[in-house]
Design a protein around this ligand. Structure first.
Ligand code: ATP
Ligand code: CU1
Length: 814
């Protein structure tokens, strides 16, 4: 079991009790070997093994109430020379073994490695050289994404050139073979011309067009390992050698077959590269979305500048039909803006002074003046690109098994090939009878070959058909297409793991305020006990002015509308989940819910029934009181988001149990839950209590997804198995969430669920076919039931079909 080490910076510890609490909490975890928390440096030194993921260790520290700052650096390394899944898994293993590397994940589809490491323990150069030592070319990925796109295009062009070149030789050879076969029955010993022709046509295909395969195979063997190119190299060489042997001993001439295998191999490579390119299109498309220039106001004059030169605070002029150059606030004008590139919502959104606009969205008819609030890598678009890239570099747990298989795939195939060869040489009659007994059911068995030739035929077929590539591409390509499709629809998946967990989540807990409802309540009722409505509103407004709560805002808004006089407040206090208190005119006044009133022994007198009635209408009642005496009650009402009912209904139809969680009282919560059809309500939950409620549900054996706003609900989102944050403006890099939906409505959550499920289904399909194909094809090849050329074509098709299947995901309706 490989031991790994990590160092976390932990914030929020103030005494030795804290550090030992963290130590104990971590030591309880299976997979954590030792923990040492240093109070003065605020660092936790942890060694752990494969039984636990780093993220879970982090979660545990957060769960006991501390903040984790990773002392690790993240690095994306571009790797050249990976040809197959066994290459990527080999590099990954080598990196993960290195001291100081916390997690390395090599992505075959993206040709890169995402490495998080501890810079005190290992340097970037050491990481690079660790990869180079395995026989690859590694380079730190630069920010120039446009260059990368060019490079991809060049790679594709090269690949296409090689394919065409290979067929230019192989095509004539194939035709010649066919003619020779139809004339002479079999393709051996016909003529010296044929034999020389085959060598002349096959040699350039193998050793010139396909030279990369041989260099890669050679490199790999030199480093004491074997990748898929080794299989192709041995297979084609063995076939090619017959073309030389034919001049001395009577054998079948397979030189042409060698050329064909290589040609098919290169064709497969080309189509695969092309399909991979299509799968990774999302990022390319996002990059193209960005505006190139901006018009800014300088001394009240318009000036056109490149977007890179926009400074924070610049006032940009956005004319009809133009893109908003960068994220900002509208300072003047009114227009409607097409935000579909960000949110997936095709209806244009009206924007006026004070509204937030997202860079790269398209202005329609009006003119807007926009103050730049985010530039460069902080913009919405940059965050999206970064998140998609990071997500694509993560792993989905189901892939683990496939990774383990590809790890020893090539050596295993080499052994199988050797055994096959000797079996046919040493026990030809037993093998033949095995072949015949199976062949009975298979129409195409009609072997003219015998003895050693059949041994060679079967061995070559085994070598070229065994293909770990499909296994290696199954998950990353689906994840790539899925996360790209998500980004286009305003659904940002942060980790591949979320896709798998989402499928298992049978319970989704929704926060009430701001998630199911709009989170912008309005004051609807004021009832005084005996006295002046104005004074009551004055008191309430005065107190609530210092609170940030949505309820407070509703009251303040109403008070300001009526222009009620404000008082001086002393000793203002905001009590989470209960309300606010403060001294006004020397009197202690409090405004809040029942809990607050009970604490101060306020007799709700004859108003109990009225309060209950209001709550049953789904309104939240705020009681205003003075030391033991109720002054009056107010009610605020929040409106449901338009699509809440429909979206929740759709989830229920998918067999998901919906819960509502809120700090509001039970009756109000029930009334609102009823409107959206939720039967399970968790009410009166203090903000800290939300985490415990999620834990309770998890304790009942559910995998729980939680939907909340990402700010107040961050701990609960972290605790849940899948945290889904509902977008609030352009800040989308929400640490606590596994998935962020940009559009603020619940339909977006339904889309996120559908997307996760569709992506995961694709992954399962791909893995199934990759395994199925290998388990069926290899035995057939051993028995000599597959012609080597067909074997090679099938192998090419297997990886292509995996990538193509992943691409089909783009058609999914979400
Ligand atoms: N500033 C305030 N003024 C009056 N009452 C308040 C105030 N802050 C909180 N409360 C009372 O405490 C209750 C719970 O508040 P809390 O902030 O925990 O939940 P919430 O944000 O209203 O709802 P949710 O949990 O759905 O987001 C509120 O419903 C209200 O009755
Ligand atoms: Cu392969």
């Amino acid at each position: 079991m490989a031991d790994k080490k990590t160092v976390f910076k932990v914030e929020g510890m103030n005494c030795a009790a804290c550090s030992s609490k963290i130590e104990r909490a971590l030591q309880k975890l299976e997979g954590v070997d030792s923990v040492q928390v240093n109070l003065t440096t605020e660092k936790a030194y942890i060694s752990y093994n494969d039984k636990i993921m780093l993220a879970d260790i982090k979660k545990q520290i957060q769960k006991v109430g501390y903040k984790v700052v990773e002392e690790t650096e993240k690095l994306t390394i571009e790797i050249e020379g990976m040809h197959c899944a066994s290459c990527s898994s080999k590099i990954e293993r080598a990196l993960n073994k290195k001291e100081g590397i916390i997690e390395a994940s090599v992505n075959l589809a993206l040709n890169n490695a995402a490495v998080s490491f501890n810079k005190d323990m290992i340097s970037q150069d050491e990481i690079i050289s660790a990869i180079n030592k395995q026989g690859y070319k590694a380079r730190i990925k630069t920010e120039q994404k446009e260059d990368e796109i060019d490079k991809d295009e060049k790679r594709l062009k090269d690949s296409k050139g090689r394919m065409i070149c290979a067929w230019a030789f192989t095509g004539p050879a194939a035709i010649w073979m066919l003619i020779a076969m139809s004339i002479g029955g079999h393709a051996h010993g016909e003529s010296a011309l044929f034999d020389i022709g085959m060598l002349v046509l096959a040699a350039p295909v193998l050793f010139w067009v396909g030279r990369d395969v041989f260099t890669s195979a050679f490199n790999s063997v030199r480093h004491g390992s074997a990748n898929m190119d080794v299989l192709i190299a041995i297979g084609t060489l063995a076939a090619f050698v017959t073309g030389i042997l034919v001049f001395v001993v009577p054998v079948e001439n397979y030189a042409g077959v060698a050329g064909m295998i290589m040609a098919f191999h290169l064709t497969g490579r080309y189509i695969e590269t092309k399909a991979k390119g299509r799968a990774s299109q999302a990022i390319k498309k996002l990059l193209e979305l960005g505006a190139k220039t901006a018009i800014v106001l300088v001394d009240n004059k318009e000036k056109e500048i490149p977007v890179e030169e926009i400074q924070l605070g610049d006032i940009m002029v956005v004319k009809p039909g133009q893109k908003v150059p960068t994220d900002g606030l509208v300072t003047w004008g009114e227009s409607s803006v097409d935000e579909s590139m960000a949110t997936g919502e095709s209806m244009p959104v009206t924007k006026k002074t004070g509204d937030e606009v997202i860079g790269s969205t398209v202005n329609s008819h009006g003119v807007l003046h926009v103050k730049a609030t985010k530039v460069g890598k902080d913009t919405f678009l940059s965050q999206v690109i970064k998140m998609v890239e990071e997500a694509q570099g993560t792993k989905v747990p189901i892939q683990e098994f496939a990774d383990r298989v590809t790890g020893f795939f090539v050596p295993a195939v080499l052994v199988i090939a050797a055994v096959t060869f000797f079996a046919w040489v040493v026990f030809p009659s037993q093998m033949s009878s095995a072949l015949m007994s199976v062949g009975h059911y298979i129409p195409w068995v009609n072997h003219h070959l015998s003895g050693p030739m059949l041994a060679l035929y079967s061995t070559i077929a085994v070598l070229v058909i065994a293909c770990p590539c499909a296994l290696g591409l199954a998950t990353p390509t689906a994840l790539m297409v899925g996360s790209g499709l998500g980004a286009e629809n305003g659904i940002l998946i942060r980790k591949g793991e979320a896709i798998q967990t989402m499928k298992e989540a049978k319970v989704i807990v929704f926060d009430k305020t701001g998630t199911i409802t709009k989170g912008k309540p309005e004051l609807t009722d004021i009832i005084t006990v005996n006295g002046d409505e104005g004074v009551l509103l004055s008191y309430a407004t005065t107190l609530e002015k210092s609170s940030e709560h949505p309820i407070a805002k509703a009251i303040v808004e109403a008070g300001e509308k009526r222009e009620v006089p404000l008082y001086q407040v002393e000793k203002f206090n905001s009590i989470t989940g209960k309300g606010v208190t403060g001294n006004i005119d020397g009197k202690l006044i409090f405004a809040g819910n029942r809990k607050l009133m009970n604490e101060h022994d306020v007799d709700l007198e004859n108003h109990e029934q009225k309060i209950i009635d209001l709550e049953n209408e789904g309104k939240t009642v705020i009681m205003v009181a003075e030391k033991g005496k109720l002054l009056g009650i107010m009610a605020v009402a929040d409106t449901l988001k338009e699509d809440s009912f429909q979206a929740l209904e759709e989830l229920r139809k998918m067999g998901i149990k919906t819960y509502m969680i809120t700090g509001d009282n039970h009756r109000t919560a029930q009334a609102i839950a009823k409107k959206v059809g939720i039967s399970e309500v968790l009410a009166d939950v203090l903000p800290d209590g939300k985490v415990d409620k999620i834990k309770e549900l998890q304790g009942m054996g559910y995998k729980v997804a939680m939907v909340g706003d990402g700010i107040n609900d961050a701990p609960a989102l972290t605790q849940s198995d899948v945290g889904i944050a509902i977008g609030t403006g352009t800040d989308i890099a929400i640490e606590a969430a596994d998935i962020t939906v940009v559009r603020g409505n619940l339909t977006a959550v339904v889309s996120a669920v559908k997307l996760s499920k569709a992506t995961f289904t694709k992954i399962e399909q791909n893995l199934f076919w990759a395994f199925f194909y290998n388990t069926v094809a290899i035995p057939l090849a051993i028995l000599g039931l597959l012609h080597p050329v067909i074997a090679e074509a099938a192998m090419a098709i297997s990886s292509i079909s995996v990538v193509a299947n992943a691409n089909l995901l783009r058609r999914t309706k979400i």
